[in-house]
Design a protein around this ligand. Structure first.
Ligand SMILES: Nc1nc2c(ncn2[C@@H]2O[C@H](COP(=O)(O)OP(=O)(O)OP(=O)(O)O)[C@@H](O)[C@H]2O)c(=O)[nH]1
Ligand SMILES: C[S@@+](CC[C@H](N)C(=O)[O-])C[C@H]1O[C@@H](n2cnc3c(N)ncnc32)[C@H](O)[C@@H]1O
Ligand code: SF4
Ligand code: SF4
Length: 325
């Protein structure tokens, strides 16, 4: 198994979008109180004294919508300068990014992944529950101009909704150094929709793109599970995140920390989660927490998607937005 060196941190469970595959508008969600969230000092203590000493030195800030977290720029500023931190990146829905791109860059952030499921404003609204395509598009342009590199665009491919746009979305990489990634819809966030419409496998998408533009192996910096390709001559790359059709658990290098301090060894299996916030607040020695996390790392290879039936009973207790994707 690969070394686990990547932590995805959900900074906040709330979101200003209601994507149908993640947090559908009809879902009843109980939001965390601010006091339940890890504070910046608590988070930084865990990073400095638990995760970095265990070799986890790559961090992705996500949510919910991380741009909604108060004081985000200051947190990034401090995180980026902690000795031993190798990489800090952010995943966002892009709303407000037009205003926030420069301050985030100035704080030290260099890598950003932005969700963009459609180039059509009506389809975008249908998927996200919000009429905000223009703002997100402006946010992407702002991030590009400010200099984020690599700049990745995440597309969850939804059968019958945006799957027809795959070639058009792929073509964004031709003239711009944007990296478009197609994500197979996963059975978490909106299980009933998943059961109803299913998912489109990455190989089908690759065949379509290959037939239209050609496709060759590509490379872009990242810590995640995407298989990277490139249209010959294109500025950017195409990534395929294929959990459903290919299963990349044997190269899993990551864990997840929720905003209220639950550490989770697998996105799609709820086994083995440990709470770090309560012992931290109770003054339990940090060495004890570090040992707990080390013990969890030792059993993590046995906790994966293929074994998820042992780890969930029916539905997931935490949603994709609470876990951070
Ligand atoms: N099943 C599964 N999905 C993952 C995993 N890591 C990331 N994803 C999914 O991949 C999609 C894109 O994730 P991003 O937040 O953009 O981050 P990433 O691809 O890990 O990041 P980089 O490669 O470092 O740019 C999201 O839908 C995630 O849920 C994983 O370990 N397992
Ligand atoms: C949970 S979101 C959080 C960050 C931010 N709000 C955003 O949308 O980019 C992180 C990633 O998870 C993806 N995601 C959410 N639900 C998903 C699902 N059911 N299947 C596949 N990807 C999903 C989103 O598209 C996004 O790329
Ligand atoms: S995918 Fe991101 S933007 Fe969409 S509802 Fe989930 S957390 Fe919000
Ligand atoms: S499903 Fe779980 S074990 Fe598999 S790659 Fe994702 S987080 Fe890792």
């Amino acid at each position: 198994m690969p070394v686990v060196n990547y932590l995805r941190i959900s900074l906040i469970d709330r979101c200003n979008f209601r994507c149908q595959y993640c947090m559908p508008s009809e879902a009843e969600l109980a939001w965390l109180q601010t006091s339940e969230r890890l504070t910046d000092p608590e988070l930084l203590t865990l990073i400095e004294e638990v995760f970095l000493p265990l070799g986890i030195n790559r961090f992705r800030l996500t949510g919910g919508e991380p741009l909604l977290r108060p004081g985000l720029e200051q947190l990034i500023h401090t995180l980026c300068r902690l000795p031993g931190v190798e990489d800090v990146a952010l995943t966002t829905n892009g709303f407000n990014l037009a205003q926030k791109a420069q301050p985030l860059y100035d704080a030290g952030l260099r890598r950003i992944n932005i969700s963009l499921d459609s180039l059509d404003a009506d389809t975008f609204k249908q998927i996200t529950g919000r009429d905000r395509w223009q703002q997100v598009w402006a946010g992407i342009q702002a991030a590009y101009q400010v200099g984020f590199d690599p700049l990745k665009l995440n597309v969850v491919v939804i059968p019958g909704v945006n799957e027809g746009e795959v070639e058009e979305l792929a073509a964004l990489t031709l003239e711009r150094r944007w990296h478009v990634r197609f994500i197979e819809f996963m059975p978490i966030g909106n299980g009933p929709l998943f059961d109803q419409i299913g998912w489109v496998d990455s190989e089908t998408l690759r065949q379509r793109i290959r037939a239209r533009f050609g496709l060759e192996p590509g490379f872009v910096a990242g810590n995640g599970p995407a298989d990277v390709f490139r249209i010959p001559g294109a500025q950017g790359t195409l990534g395929f995140i294929s959990q459903m059709s290919e299963c990349f658990c044997d190269r899993c290098n990551r864990m997840r920390l929720s905003s209220e301090g639950w550490l989770r060894p697998c996105l799609l299996n709820e086994s083995g989660q440990i709470n770090l916030r309560d012992p931290l607040r109770a003054g339990i020695p940090i060495e004890h927490l570090r040992q707990q996390v080390q013990d969890l790392l030792a059993i993590k290879p046995d906790i994966h998607f293929k074994g998820r039936d042992k780890g969930i009973q029916g539905a997931y207790r935490r949603t994709m937005s609470q876990i951070g994707g």
